[in-house]
Design a protein around this ligand. Structure first.
Ligand code: HEC
Ligand code: HEC
Length: 425
C-alpha cells in the first residue's frame, strides 16, 4: 500500500508506530467528514416529512414514470398508520397488517414470510386467503402425527397467519445507531448470569433471548421479528410493501403473486427516498414525563424500582449502547404458554436457525409505551395491565412475581410505564 502510494515503507518499530498513528488520524478525519457530509439538511427533512404525510394515488404526479400507489397496498400514506401521539407514532388495530408465514415443505424447503395486502387499485387484483392458497396448496399426506403407539399420516397445511400492529417510529434513528456489539454483549452477559444462577440451583432466571442473526450475518433490530438490520432497509420495504412504491432498494409487489415486481419502474427517485429516510431517522425520541407532585413522584420511583426487581428489566433493558431509557434487548423471546396460544396447534416443522419460530417476537422498546396502545405484535392487548398479564413462556416467572405484588405496587409499576410518553408534537 505504501509502495503503491509512492511512499517508502516504514523500516523501524518507531516508524511503524508513527505510520499507525498517522493512518488512524486520517481514518478519524475521514469518518468525521463523512458524518458531517451525510447529516440531513433541514430542507431534506422537511421534504421527507411531506412525503411521509403525502396521500399517494395511482399514477401519482410525484411518481415520475412509475405507477404510483399500488398495484396492491395497505394504506395510502405512511402517516395513515403511524400517527398516535404525533406524526410517526403507533397505529390502532384498524390498520393491522395481515401477515403469513409459509412453513417449509419437501418441495419448498425454506420458509417464506409475506403480507396479504388490504387493498388494490383494481378489484380483480385484490389479495385474500384464497390467493395465498393458490400458491401454497395443502400437502396431501404431508405429515406424520405420533400419538402414543400410533403414527398417523395426515394432510399438512403450510400456511400460518398472524397480524401485525403498527409500532411507533420515535427515536428510530437512535435505534439504528445501536451497535451490534452492544446487543451481542448484553446477550452474552445475560447468558453468563443465567448459568451462574443455575449453578446456585436457581432455575427461575429469565432465559436469554435469541439475537436474530440475518442470513447475511448482520443483526436484525427493526420489525416485530427483528427482520431488518437497518432503518433504511425497513423504510425501503415499507414504501414497497405498504404503499406499493418501488424504490432503488425494493420493488412493489406483483398482485396476488407474493413476490417483488422486478420489472416495475421506480415510483420514487433516490432523492425522494433519501429525504424520507432522513425524516424517519430524525423523528425525535420519546420523552420521560416527570410527575408534577411529590406523592406521585414517589409512586413512579417505586414503580421504576419494581420494574427492575421483579425482572421486567431482564428483557426490557433500560439503557443500551449509550441510548438511555429504551427498555429493550432487541432479542427474540417466546411469551406464549402452551395452553393458551394458537401456535401449539401448528405442526412443529423445523425452521432454519436464523429464522424466528412462529411464537418468537422481538422485545419491543418500551420508550413511548404510554401512547402506543394497543400492545403486543398483534395489538391484542388493549392496555398496559393486560399486556403485562399476557407475559407467559420465557417471562412466566417474572409475571408470577408481578402477580404476587400487592395491588398498590402493581399500580405503581403501571404508573411508571405511563411516564414513558411520545415526544411532544
Ligand atoms: C398499513 C399500515 C402501515 C403503513 C401505511 C406504514 N406502516 Fe410502517 N409499520 C406498520 C407495521 C404493521 C409495522 C410492523 C411490521 C413488522 O414488524 O412486521 C411497521 C413498521 C415500520 C418500521 C419499523 C419500526 C421498528 O422499530 O421496528 C418502520 C421504520 C416503518 N414502519 C416505516 C414506515 C414508513 C416510512 C412508511 C411509509 C412509506 C410506513 N411505515 C407505512 C404499518 C404501516
Ligand atoms: C422474557 C423477556 C421479557 C420479560 C421478562 C418481560 N417482557 Fe415485556 N415483552 C417482551 C416481548 C418479547 C414482548 C412482545 C411480545 C409480542 O409482541 O408478542 C413484550 C411486550 C411488552 C409490552 C407491550 C409493548 C408494546 O409495544 O406492544 C409491555 C407493556 C411490556 N412487555 C411490559 C413488561 C413488563 C411490565 C414486564 C415485567 C412485569 C415485562 N414486560 C417483562 C419480553 C419480555
Amino acid at each position: 500500500m505504501f509502495r503503491s502510494a509512492g511512499i517508502r515503507p516504514p523500516q523501524t518499530v518507531t516508524q511503524y508506530c508513527f505510520a499507525g498513528i498517522a493512518m488512524g488520524a486520517i481514518w478519524l478525519a475521514e469518518s468525521a467528514v463523512v458524518a458531517w457530509y451525510c447529516q440531513p439538511t433541514e430542507a431534506q427533512i422537511a421534504h421527507g416529512r411531506a412525503l411521509f404525510e403525502h396521500k399517494w394515488t395511482e399514477n401519482d404526479p410525484l411518481s415520475g414514470k412509475g405507477d404510483g400507489l399500488g398495484p396492491v397496498f395497505n394504506a395510502t400514506s405512511c402517516v395513515e398508520c403511524h400517527f398516535q401521539g404525533t406524526v410517526g407514532g403507533a397505529g390502532p388495530n384498524k390498520f393491522n397488517v395481515k401477515t403469513f408465514e409459509i412453513l417449509p415443505t419437501k418441495k419448498e424447503p425454506l420458509p417464506l414470510s409475506g403480507v396479504v395486502h388490504a387493498s388494490a387499485v383494481r378489484p380483480d387484483l385484490l389479495e385474500s386467503a384464497s390467493t395465498v392458497r393458490r400458491h401454497n396448496p395443502i400437502v396431501k399426506n404431508g405429515m406424520k402425527v405420533i400419538g402414543g403407539c400410533r403414527i398417523d399420516i395426515v394432510d399438512f397445511d403450510p400456511i400460518h397467519y398472524d397480524t401485525s400492529n403498527t409500532p411507533a417510529l420515535f427515536g428510530a434513528g437512535q435505534i439504528d445507531k445501536i451497535r451490534e456489539v452492544a446487543i451481542r454483549g448484553q446477550s452474552l452477559r445475560r447468558s453468563v448470569t443465567s448459568l451462574t444462577r443455575e449453578f446456585d440451583l436457581d432455575f427461575k432466571s429469565t432465559p436469554t433471548g435469541r439475537v436474530r442473526i440475518l442470513p447475511d450475518g448482520r443483526i436484525g433490530k427493526f420489525g416485530w421479528k427483528a427482520q431488518f438490520a437497518t432503518l433504511k432497509e425497513f423504510v425501503a420495504a415499507a414504501c414497497a410493501g405498504e404503499l406499493g412504491l418501488s424504490n432503488h432498494l425494493r420493488k412493489q409487489h406483483v398482485a396476488q403473486e407474493y413476490r417483488e415486481d422486478t420489472d416495475a419502474e421506480l415510483d420514487m427517485t433516490r432523492q425522494q427516498f433519501a429525504a424520507l429516510v432522513a425524516y424517519v431517522e430524525t423523528i425525535p425520541a420519546p420523552r420521560r414525563e416527570r410527575p408534577s407532585d411529590a406523592t406521585q413522584t414517589t409512586v413512579v420511583e417505586r414503580g421504576e424500582a419494581l420494574f427492575s426487581s421483579v425482572g421486567c428489566a431482564d428483557c426490557h433493558i433500560p439503557d443500551l449502547d449509550g441510548t438511555q431509557g429504551i427498555y429493550s434487548d432487541f432479542s427474540l423471546h417466546s411469551l406464549t404458554d402452551e395452553a393458551n396460544d394458537g401456535y401449539s396447534k401448528v405442526p412443529d416443522v423445523p425452521l432454519p436457525d436464523d429464522h424466528p419460530k412462529l411464537n418468537e417476537w422481538k422485545t419491543p422498546a418500551l420508550w413511548g409505551v404510554a401512547d402506543s396502545a394497543p400492545y403486543f405484535h398483534d395489538g391484542g392487548s388493549p392496555d398496559l395491565p393486560s399486556a403485562i398479564e399476557r407475559h407467559g413462556g420465557a417471562a412466566r416467572h417474572v409475571r408470577e412475581k408481578y402477580r404476587a405484588l400487592p395491588q398498590p405496587d402493581q399500580q405503581a409499576l403501571v404508573s411508571f410505564l405511563k411516564t414513558l410518553r411520545a415526544p411532544l408534537p
